[in-house]
Design a protein around this ligand. Structure first.
Ligand SMILES: N[C@@H](CCC(=O)N[C@@H](CS)C(=O)NCC(=O)O)C(=O)O
Length: 217
C-alpha cells in the first residue's frame, strides 16, 4: 500500500462530486479509481462497507465511506477557503441544511428524476416537494449570493451537485421558475474552475491499471 489515499469514485455521482470538490480545495492528492456502479470492482466491494461511492481508503487502512465525512476529513487537514467557518451562521446550521438536502430533498429528487423506478411516485408532486427546499435555498441566497454569507462554504459545495442534478432533469422548467438567486448560484458554480477540474472524464478502473492521480499537486 502507498501513502496516497485511494478514492473510489463515480464521475456523475453527486456524493462523489462533493467529495472531489473538497479534495481539490484542500490539497491531498488521491489515487482515483473510477467505479462503474453496474459492474463494481471486487477490490472496491472488499473495502467499502456500504458498497456506495465515494469511498476513501487512507494509507493506514482507515476507510471513510460517507461523502460528507470525506469532505470534513479533507477540510480539517487544510481549509484554505474556510469552508468549515462560514461567514454567517454556524457549522451546526450548515450541517442541518445539508441533512435536509441529503434526506427529504434527495428523496424527492430521486422520485422526480426516476419516477418510473418508484412505485406510486408522482413526478409533479415530487418536483413540488423538492421545490419547497429549493425555494428555501433561494431565500437564503438572496442576501449575499452564497448560503452562509458572501463566500462559499461547505454547505454550498455539499448541496450544489444535487441541485444541479435536479436542474438537469428539466432544465427549461428549472430556469423558468422564479428562483433567480438559485439559478445564479448554480450557473456560477458550473462556470467555476473547480467544477471543470472536478469533472474530467475518467476511464473505468481495473486492478493493474496505471494509477490516475486527482487533486492539487
Ligand atoms: N451516504 C452515501 C451515499 C452515496 C451513494 O448513495 N452513492 C451512490 C451513487 S450516486 C451509490 O454508490 N449507489 C450504489 C449503487 O448504485 O449501487 C454518501 O454520502 O457517500
Amino acid at each position: 500500500m502507498t501513502d496516497t489515499p485511494i478514492l473510489y469514485s463515480f464521475r456523475r455521482c453527486p456524493y462523489a462530486m462533493r467529495a472531489r470538490l473538497a479534495l481539490l480545495a484542500c490539497g491531498p492528492v488521491v489515487e482515483l479509481r473510477e467505479i462503474v456502479l453496474k459492474d463494481k470492482a471486487p477490490e472496491f466491494l472488499a473495502v467499502s462497507p456500504s458498497t456506495t461511492v465515494p469511498c476513501l481508503v487512507l494509507s493506514d487502512g482507515t476507510v471513510i465511506d460517507e461523502s460528507l465525512d470525506i469532505m470534513v476529513w479533507a477540510l480539517e487537514q487544510n481549509d484554505p477557503n474556510k469552508w468549515l467557518e462560514p461567514e454567517e451562521g454556524s457549522r451546526t446550521a450548515m450541517m442541518e441544511l445539508i441533512a435536509e438536502n441529503d434526506g427529504p430533498f434527495k428523496r424527492h429528487l430521486d422520485r422526480y428524476k426516476y419516477d418510473t423506478r418508484y412505485e406510486g411516485a408522482n413526478k409533479l408532486e415530487e418536483r413540488e416537494g423538492a421545490s419547497r427546499f429549493l425555494r428555501k435555498l433561494d431565500a437564503q441566497l438572496s442576501s449575499s449570493g452564497w448560503l452562509f454569507g458572501a463566500r462559499a462554504s461547505l454547505a454550498d459545495y455539499a448541496i450544489l451537485p444535487f441541485v444541479r442534478q435536479f436542474a438537469n432533469s428539466g432544465r427549461d422548467w428549472f430556469e423558468s421558475e422564479p428562483w433567480e438567486h438559485l439559478i445564479t448560484w448554480l450557473v456560477r458554480f458550473e462556470k467555476l474552475y473547480e467544477f471543470s477540474a472536478m469533472m474530467p472524464k475518467f476511464d473505468k478502473w481495473e486492478a493493474g491499471n496505471a494509477p490516475v492521480f486527482f487533486g492539487k499537486s
